[in-house]
Design a protein around this ligand. Structure first.
Ligand code: GRF
Length: 197
């Protein structure tokens, strides 16, 4: 399988996916790492691993649709079978997601359907949940909606802050995302449930 990864920042999830493809746990090859931010640290990390990279600054596009059209063209060139959003901080237009629905997945730092959108860790603490975590799901026109392919949980303790909780969830993201991608690249539709170690 051919996998493209979209990032906006450091790309810690991207690295785990690249590691899985490099060591054979994920039966796929990385064909593109693309960022919407010029300063995304993940671009240098991908380039250091000889993965083709591309930066498409969203600030260069007056309209959201124009950025999405350029993104679509870049993906057409890369011919991915699966696109992984990994810390990709852009809301995609329905016109774009419709073109890739069924082939695009995302990792979201909450147990969907709880806490769609941003600031999930602060909201989880404010809500007083005892269990939090992350979800890998199919991307649809609706934000943080779509079929759930896997979830991983972490306990929330009274002394947790958004930062400590984010760190615990990120550890689980790094376990969950490669496990889900591995299943999808083997043409299996997963519904994984991973607990904190
Ligand atoms: C993380 O907070 C993660 O929850 C979300 O995007 C953020 C950055 O991820 N998916 P990464 O380190 O760039 O993969």
């Amino acid at each position: 399988k051919r996998v493209a990864i979209l990032i906006s920042g450091g790309g810690s999830n991207m690295l785990r996916l690249l590691d899985g493809m490099r060591d054979g746990a994920i039966d796929a090859q990385p064909v593109l790492v693309l960022s919407n931010k010029v300063d995304a640290g993940g671009i240098a990390k991908a380039a250091a691993r000889d993965v083709p990279t591309k930066v498409l600054p969203h600030v260069d596009y007056a309209k959201r649709e124009d950025f999405d059209a350029a993104l679509h063209d870049a993906l057409i060139d890369a011919r991915p079978d699966i696109i992984c959003l990994a810390g990709f901080m852009r809301i995609l237009t329905p016109g774009f997601t419709a073109k890739w629905e069924g082939r695009m997945i995302n990792i979201h730092p909450s147990l969907l359907p709880l806490f769609r959108g941003l600031h999930t860790h602060r909201r989880a603490i404010e809500a007083g949940v005892a269990v939090h975590g992350c979800t890998v799901h199919g991307v649809t026109a609706e934000l943080d909606d779509g079929p759930i392919y896997g979830q991983a949980t972490v306990p929330v303790t009274p002394d947790d802050t958004p930062e400590t909780l984010a760190a615990k969830v990120l550890v689980q993201e790094h376990r969950l995302y490669p496990a889900v991608l591995s299943e999808l690249c083997a043409d299996r539709v997963p519904r994984l449930s991973l607990g904190a170690v």
